[in-house]
Design a protein around this ligand. Structure first.
Ligand SMILES: [Mg+2]
Length: 456
């Protein structure tokens, strides 16, 4: 079996989105003096879809939500040319080739997100080729079903927040996570408002349900240290991303306080990144996301490393690429679950793009035993409809600089690796803006960035 083609496309939400009020959730930009409308820049309403085709007819599906337009370019220009013609069963060799090819710029961030999306697609192929769900390739079921926690509860009016938490309790969730809305620039009054959020959820769900809280990198070490004693009475299961991911010492200091377990890692990358976190005793919970951390090939190694440290793994986000790792891991007691809601932040967008994501029932998701691969398909019908609504190739800001984000066709020859760009012969491959002649030959209405209807 050989890799024949790799296709990438960005699905962009063009429908109505729920506007986010100021302080909807904390984030790293909170320390900057930005206007209140800055919550708009927090949303991400596009998603990268990767399809890897083999010469014997299998199609592996991967995805990435991190900077999808840029991630797509990494795959089209740097990864696709070195993967064509190889056997997808050689996942470790291919991962190492991608990693070492992009070493200078790809170790963290969008380079690794691109590798992750491809790696996930390769594992999907392996499962389909072996006619087995991916979790069986990773060791099989370690639990009959996967307990999941409801992950939403943003900073909204307290009565509505209570009602939302009550709803999750009634749906059978045994754990749920809320978001803080206030950070260091909001002073002592903001700290009290954060406490109000936690108190509201704790009071409505009682003590038999786990409550977690997420600062999403929006605090500082000093602020977090002042918050810990205020939060302690509510016995949170964990405090998530209290400081920026580069502040490993800050994480370790907060963990050493021993007042509330500390969780992090959704913005950390590769086995090396988690080795550093675990060596520093910086986290009580590891939260990699398989579609950022290096794909399933890295996620399973990090899960094993965490197991040796007796640190539980509870990945960021639900989604199949994480569920299959959780299902097959001893030390992955639970998974995150983004409820199906109207498009708001962007976390929920995958529900609109893919078919096959399991819905939570009584606080659990289950994985089909007879579904080979990851069990996902692309909702092509929705994407087809949406192409009538949108024919954009790139965000306006990049268009001005002459870029043209493209729906790449898979190309066996590196010379044409990036549709929309002129490639150079193998060995000299690099991306350039496509010539006018090439642009004129492009099919009319070619949709590089797909929009989606608001009601799918
Ligand atoms: Mg988080």
């Amino acid at each position: 079996m050989r890799i024949k083609e790799i296709r990438t496309r960005v699905a962009r939400w063009k429908g109505k989105a729920v506007p986010l009020p100021p302080h909807f959730c904390t984030n790293p930009m909170d320390l900057l003096a930005l206007p209140a409308v800055s919550m708009r820049t927090f949303t991400f309403h596009s998603w990268l879809i990767v399809e890897v085709f083999t010469d014997d007819g299998h199609v592996g599906i991967g995805n990435a939500a991190l900077a999808p337009e840029a991630t797509k370019q990494v795959i089209d220009c740097y990864l696709q040319p070195i993967l064509i013609g190889f056997d997808p069963w050689d996942t470790e060799f291919l991962w190492q080739h991608m990693y070492r090819k992009t070493m200078a710029f790809g170790r963290k961030g969008i380079g690794m997100a691109a590798m992750s999306a491809v790696d996930i697609a390769l594992w999907d192929i392996l499962g389909k080729s072996a006619k087995q769900p991916v979790y069986r390739l990773l060791g099989g079921k370690m639990k009959p079903r996967i307990p999941v926690y409801a992950s939403r509860l943003y900073n909204i009016e307290l009565g509505k927040l209570a009602a939302e938490a009550e709803g999750y309790k009634e749906d059978g969730f045994k754990a749920m996570k809320l978001r803080f809305g206030w950070g260091p620039v909001d002073n002592a009054a903001g700290m009290q408002r954060n406490i109000d959020l936690v108190r509201t959820v704790r009071e409505v769900v009682g003590n038999d349900i786990d409550v977690m809280a997420d600062a999403y990198m929006g605090w500082t070490l000093d602020y977090a240290k002042r918050m810990l004693p205020l939060l302690e009475p509510f016995h949170l299961r964990w405090l998530e991303e209290p400081v920026v991911p580069d502040d490993i010492r800050g994480y370790a200091e907060l963990k050493s306080c021993g007042r509330i377990p500390i969780a992090g890692g959704e913005h950390e990358y590769t086995l090396f990144g988690f080795r550093d976190l675990l060596d520093a005793q910086a986290v009580d919970y590891v939260q990699f996301d398989t579609n950022r951390v290096g794909g399933i090939s890295q996620a399973r190694k990090i899960a094993a490393l965490a197991e040796a440290h007796y640190v539980p793994v509870i990945p960021h986000a639900g989604q199949m690429h994480n569920y299959h790792v959780v299902m097959s891991s001893l030390n992955a007691p639970m998974a995150e679950y983004f409820p199906v809601v109207d498009v708001e932040v962007g976390n929920e967008l995958f529900w609109y793009i893919f078919n096959g994501e399991p819905r939570a029932k009584d606080g659990f998701v289950d994985l089909e035993e007879n579904l080979p691969g990851l069990g996902l398909t692309i909702n092509e019908e929705a994407l087809k409809q949406s192409s009538k609504l949108s024919n954009e190739h790139a965000p306006p800001s990049t268009k001005k600089r002459g870029y043209s984000a493209c729906r790449s066709g898979a190309r066996a020859s590196p010379a044409t690796a990036c549709r929309g760009f002129v490639g150079l012969p193998a060995g000299k491959h690099r991306c350039r803006r496509r010539s006018k002649a090439v642009r004129d030959r492009a099919p009319k209405g070619h949709a590089g960035t797909l929009g989606l209807r608001s009601h799918l």
